[in-house]
Design a protein around this ligand. Structure first.
Ligand SMILES: NC(=O)c1ccc[n+]([C@@H]2O[C@H](COP(=O)([O-])OP(=O)(O)OC[C@H]3O[C@@H](n4cnc5c(N)ncnc54)[C@H](O)[C@@H]3O)[C@@H](O)[C@H]2O)c1
Length: 305
């Protein structure tokens, strides 16, 4: 297949790339990727500013799009506690406009499937108000996507924007697969050690035992990330006959402490993660989790950029 990857120089796309190696890759971003996979072609453009003609040529002949381009709406440090979320509407709205342009071009070019990189933040209200207070065990992909910040709102919005494209409203059905990525980074244990240095002023970097448990639940290993994208691009969608081909799937490893359900990732995409943070970080779990802390009163993860 011919696969177009947007945001190809970015963190998530770079992790996804090993899972896409069987395909002819066309990559695009505003900046050059550090590494170009063998045989891949790279196009340097802004998906918001490129002409319609350029976009048409970029999408021509493509079977599947992986849309990972994203404009950050805040400082690169997502733990920034600098107030407030108010000014982020316009920045995040640009991400929705970018998704709309990608979906529209994909539809016009005859693309068969769009894999949209989304985030767990699309439904982070449940985590912030229920999960860590022990009022809810698991967030499901079928829960109403509710977020308490503009970053998550934008993710939920472009997930829902994909629905009319999947329904066939615009002349044909296009398969739309949304991946709500968890935390695709190694866990930085130094944050959780007793006596860890406090975050620099202006930053609220969650620390302590409860935040460590959250990190263990949210982790996505590099290998599982590549496997998830391989499934999202390659697997026939295991959906009931005539179901709208619109899928939301969480993207985390096979973590013992998971609080997002992998149900749709496993059943619809055939994703079978192999890593478990509990095993990979077993030494730290033994060392740091011998202490009992009271249940948390709220947010433990990053507040969203
Ligand atoms: N990194 C994480 O922890 C994480 C977790 C969950 C979800 N996500 C989601 O994954 C997606 C990708 O995130 P990332 O961490 O790889 O971000 P990133 O900033 O590393 O990569 C995004 C890429 O998009 C490119 N880009 C920005 N504006 C563009 C434009 N107008 N036209 C073309 N390219 C443009 C940037 O140059 C950048 O290379 C985002 O939707 C993000 O919300 C990331």
């Amino acid at each position: 297949m011919k696969v177009l990857v947007t945001g190809a120089a970015g963190h998530v796309a770079t992790l996804a790339m090993p899972g896409l190696q069987d395909h002819e890759l066309r990559l695009t971003d505003m900046r050059e990727p550090a590494h170009l996979p063998a045989g891949a072609a790279f196009h340097s453009i802004s998906l918001l500013d490129a002409s319609d003609d350029y976009m048409q040529r970029l999408f021509e002949g493509i079977d599947t799009v992986v849309h990972s381009a994203y404009i950050p709406s805040a400082e690169r440090d997502v733990y920034s506690a600098l107030p407030p979320q108010v000014d982020r509407f316009h920045a995040e709205f640009e991400n929705i406009r970018m998704a709309q342009r990608v979906y529209r071009c994909a539809l016009q070019a005859g693309v068969h499937r769009v894999v949209v990189v989304s985030s767990n933040h699309a439904a982070d209200w449940y985590e912030h108000t229920q999960v860590h207070q022990r009022r809810r065990e698991t967030v499901y992909p079928t829960d109403l996507p509710l977020s308490d910040n503009f970053y998550g709102w934008s993710k939920a919005s472009y997930e829902l924007l994909a629905y009319p494209y999947a329904c066939g409203t615009f002349g044909r059905r296009m398969e739309m697969v949304m991946l709500r990525i968890g935390s695709p980074y190694p866990i930085d244990m130094s944050r959780f050690e007793p006596g860890a240095k406090p975050a620099p002023s202006g930053l609220s970097r969650p620390a302590g035992v409860a935040a460590f448990k959250r990190s263990l639940g949210a982790w996505l290993s590099d290998a599982d990330c590549a496997a998830l994208f391989r499934c999202a691009v390659d697997a026939p969608l295991a959906l009931p006959h005539e179901a709208v081909p619109w899928v939301i799937a969480y993207g985390i490893s096979d973590n013992t402490r998971a609080f997002w359900s992998l149900e749709s990732a496993r059943e619809v995409l055939g994703y079978s993660p192999r890593d478990d943070s509990e095993i990979v970080y077993a030494d730290a779990v033994r060392r740091l989790l011998a202490v009992r802390e009271p249940a948390s009163s709220g947010r433990l993860g990053p507040p969203g950029p």
